[in-house]
Design a protein around this ligand. Sequence first.
Ligand code: ACO
Ligand code: ZN
Length: 223
Amino acid sequence: KETKDQLVIDAGQKHFGATMCRSCGMIYTASSPEDELQHVQHHHRFLEGIKYAGWKKERVVAEFWDGKIVLVLSHDPSYAIRKVEDVQELVDYELGFQQVVPRCPNKTKTFLFISDEKKVVGCLIAEPIKQAFRVLSEPTGPESPSSKECHRAWQCSDVPEPAICGISRIWVFRLKRRKRIARRLVDTLRNCFMFGCFLSTNEIAFSDPTPDGKLFATKYCNT
Ligand code: ACO
Ligand code: ZN
């Protein structure tokens, strides 16, 4: 049914009809040729990027009724690394990140949530860290003086706290959100990051979270 795809997006004062593609999840204005062209280009690239054919040697670290989590390490075969790079490119594009070089590329661990439709629908990239700065719960006024690092609406404490694992990216396919995929990725990370121990939420840190990321992290760490 067409009507199911119609969304109304509140963009300030104006309301306009928008369509969400049921395959790639992109929201666009179907009546705008520019938007449609952008969608066609994104659609193909995105679906190619998240396609997961299955690997001969894959490191399955968790299994669920609706999918599984595969761990990719930096020394894995090039087909695995290439898939991780493709997915990261899509994630970075969505997050608006510029090229971010990992601090210890050989210690990066990537967790992919593979749906039973053979698609990468979730991705978590983690790296070892030594310290983190706590996000202060109440954002201060927009004009308040803040460190040059602070380009988000909230502020961080300037007191470093010890941490072990940094989550540099966490992402779930738009059409699969709020199904506890992110939660399961972080649970699995805590279980697999260091051999033989389950990391506490104090030992993991989310780097530069987006508003979505902050909502998720707050909820995750309090439950
Ligand atoms: N708004 C409010 N609460 C939320 C949201 C949200 N957008 N997302 C998650 N939560 C809370 C909810 O309480 C949720 O439980 P509930 O659904 O039972 O209420 C709980 O967190 C667990 O959520 P999950 O279902 O596990 O989260 P999901 O699989 O939807 O993924 C994520 C969350 C990764 C933030 C997703 O929204 C996403 O990919 N967003 C776009 C990319 C992004 O911003 N990523 C974070 C970047 S920060 C970083 O990478 C370090
Ligand atoms: Zn599409």
